[in-house]
Design a protein around this ligand. Structure first.
Ligand code: AMP
Ligand code: TRP
Length: 343
């Protein structure tokens, strides 16, 4: 059995975002902004609102429906163009759920218990977590491999899930003696793969943090953004001349990384301009860059949300196009596994 040659698969990029609450600057810089930048290259780009993942923890039905549209609006506001990418929501393409079941028979229970996201989300009472929360990574592998995706752009927190996706692909190929699934490459690149909380430089910026001041939401207006940056935790030292000087200063490093990611500069380029200055000077400059880049996105999002029928049309069209790619790959997977298909 030889390793599958990813060059035998056509280049295809897949990624997803959960519609489980307001999106943050972390989602934008770690994911959405990069999704938009990857369009129009050699690889086909497929982006998904992963609503089946969201329901692994409780979601209010009416609110969920709104958040699915809101996540789709965020993709488009960040520059994902439904004419250049396939944009859809997961639950409308049943191949995801079917492939996930097939992978439930390939993946091992122990692999799932080792996932740090499961441990974090399940908390102390893990016996009471939904079975879906435990199987979450098998569904994620299904999302990716149902398109034979060769690369997946994500933030740092998804690295372990992508390794598990590679393990599932490798075990399937090995067990059935085929080169059916690619060994997907994670694309965890840039300075903003892990945007940290504005209140605590050791914690990830997250939509589930109880403190709203810890994050910038994609729906925050200019005043809220500026105020959150002004109040962000920092230290009293001036900024150093190069990235090395930020090693033991997590809060300072986070703000400089955010600046660099927003302005498409390197950390060293940013520091070359601000060397020797304190946060009294840096924070207003960061607020200005943040407002300038985020305001058009916030505005575009609310414009899209004003026309939910148009979002629904985009998602329906995206689901048709996704289905056309997914169905033959799912059928072939069933054939390989010996399931009988008579139609
Ligand atoms: P989620 O909101 O958990 O569905 O995450 C969607 C995408 O955003 C994934 O690629 C995450 O890795 C990425 N992401 C979420 N939070 C952050 C963060 N604080 N910094 C960088 N990327 C993030
Ligand atoms: N688990 C991812 C997250 O929470 C979301 C996700 C689901 C995903 N399926 C995916 C990301 C497939 C990339 C590819 O961020």
């Amino acid at each position: 059995m030889s390793e599958p040659q990813n060059s035998t698969f056509r280049p295809r990029i897949f990624s997803g975002i959960q519609p489980s609450g307001g999106l943050t600057l972390g989602n934008y810089l770690g994911a959405l902004k990069r999704f938009a930048a990857l369009q129009g290259g050699e690889a086909e780009t497929i982006y998904c609102v992963v609503d089946l993942h969201a329901i692994t923890v409780w979601q209010e039905p009416e609110q969920l429906r709104m958040r699915i549209r809101e996540a789709a609006a965020a993709f488009m506001a960040a520059g994902v163009d439904p004419a250049k990418s396939v944009l859809f929501n997961q639950s409308q393409v049943s191949a995801h759920a079917e492939m996930a079941w097939l992978f439930n028979t390939v993946a091992r229970v122990g692999w799932m218990y080792r996932m740090t996201q499961f441990k974090d989300k399940a908390g102390k009472n893990s016996e009471n977590a939904s079975l879906g929360l435990l199987a979450y990574p098998a569904l994620m592998a299904a999302d990716i491999l149902t398109y034979q995706a060769t690369a997946v752009p994500v933030g740092e927190d998804q690295k372990q899930h992508l390794e598990l996706t590679r393990d599932i692909a490798a075990k399937f190929n090995h067990d059935y003696k085929v080169d059916h699934f690619p060994i997907t490459q994670p694309l965890i690149e840039g300075v903003a793969t892990r945007v940290m909380s504005l209140r605590d430089g050791s914690k990830k910026m997250s939509k589930s943090d109880p403190s709203d001041a810890s994050r910038i939401n994609l729906t925050d207006d200019a005043d809220a953004i500026a105020q959150k940056i002004r109040k962000a935790r920092t230290d009293a030292d001036p900024l150093p001349g190069s990235a090395d000087g930020l090693k033991d200063r997590p809060e300072a490093r986070n703000l400089v990384n955010i600046y660099a990611a927003l302005s498409d500069e390197t950390v060293d380029q940013v520091l070359a301009r601000f060397e020797g200055q304190g946060f009294g000077a840096f924070k207003p400059a960061l607020a200005e860059v943040a407002v300038a880049s985020m305001a058009p996105i916030t505005k575009a999002m609310s414009d899209y949300m004003a026309d939910p029928a148009e979002i629904d049309r985009v998602l329906a069209d995206g689901a048709d196009r996704a289905e056309a790619i997914a169905r033959p790959i799912l059928d072939r997977t069933k054939d390989i596994m010996g399931l009988l298909r008579t139609r």
